[in-house]
Design a protein around this ligand. Structure first.
Ligand code: T3D
Length: 262
């Protein structure tokens, strides 16, 4: 049986590649479990200092495999709340709570939950030919995998509602112009650029980067006072890391820092 997610750890970068190209990397149960296991490993394995998520073939992910939801097969309506709770939500929580950078290289169309898993990552690069589609409205569903949250936070209500209600595709360039993703990149440069970014983050001060992610994610709901307190606490922790001592020493010695993620 083919691996539904290809996993590779090299130079501190855990690359997770969605691998059901004939179904545009749509999610069946095996792929859900494999992706979740990949992010769990990123939490547990100190050798992992950054994650790169991408897909094989011409798509990033078309969301849920609708072949597994075929109403023509009969039986009661599926409990999609239960499938979110069992499959999507734990993975989304693992991505957001991972205190290591997660880079997403959107290599092609990202639809439904596939789009929203990409948007949950920390830095999103997309091939110029990629499109983001909130496909849910086309099949009578609502945005999930954190989409109603991330779209509204990033874009505001007017654009979030228009995208979710119309399922209109957004080009990679438009997504970058709106700040939905970091950059749109020439198709043939995407993977080189994404790998270079992942490698550079994996050789960075991992604890400081993780605390930075924690702070930025908390900022949307914190008051300024709460955020100032949190910055104080995170800076205290970062200041005790070996990587901070190395960063300052390297600056004073006029040489590049060698961070070890400690
Ligand atoms: O169910 C739950 O647990 C709740 C959670 C739901 C989360 C969700 O993600 S719901 C949203 C599900 N996704 C969609 O509705 C998107 C469906 N796909 C599309 O609309 C289109 O495929 C795309 C716009 C993404 C791409 O269009 P296009 O023209 O580039 O490709 P295509 O020809 O439609 O697809 C290529 C193949 O992939 C095709 O198979 P074939 O005919 O070559 O054998 C197509 O059937 C297959 N495919 C694409 N998306 C899915 C899929 N197969 C199963 N499930 C899919 N989602």
């Amino acid at each position: 049986m083919t691996d539904t997610v290809l996993v590779d750890l090299a130079d501190g970068v855990l690359t997770l590649t969605l691998n059901r190209p004939d179904k545009l990397n749509s999610f069946n149960e095996a792929m859900h479990l494999a992706l979740r296991a990949g992010f769990q490993r990123a939490h547990d394995d100190a050798e992992v200092r950054a994650v790169l998520l991408t897909g094989t073939g011409r798509g990033f992910s078309a969301g849920q495999d609708l072949g597994d939801r075929d109403p023509r097969k009969g039986g009661p309506a599926p409990d999609l709340g239960a499938t979110l709770e069992t499959f999507y939500n734990p993975t989304l929580r693992l991505i957001r709570s991972l205190e290591k950078p997660v880079i997403c290289a959107v290599n092609g169309v990202a639809a439904g939950a596939g789009a929203n898993i990409a948007l949950a990552c920390d830095i999103v690069l997309a091939a110029q030919s990629a499109r983001f589609i909130q496909a849910f409205a086309k099949i009578g569903l609502v945005p999930d995998a954190g989409g109603s949250w991330s779209l509204t936070r990033i874009l505001g209500e007017p654009r979030a509602k228009a995208l979710a209600l119309t399922a209109q595709p957004v080009s990679a360039q438009q997504a970058a112009d709106w700040g939905l993703i970091w950059q749109a990149v020439a198709d043939d440069a995407l993977m080189d650029q994404a790998r270079a970014l992942a490698l550079s983050l994996a050789s960075g001060p991992t604890r400081g980067l993780g605390l930075t992610k924690r702070l930025i994610q908390a900022a949307a709901t914190n008051s300024l006072d709460e955020q100032l307190d949190m910055e104080r606490d995170c800076q205290r922790e970062a200041g005790r890391s070996r990587d901070y001592a190395e960063g300052v020493t390297a600056f004073l010695e006029k040489r590049p820092a060698v961070f070890r993620g400690e």
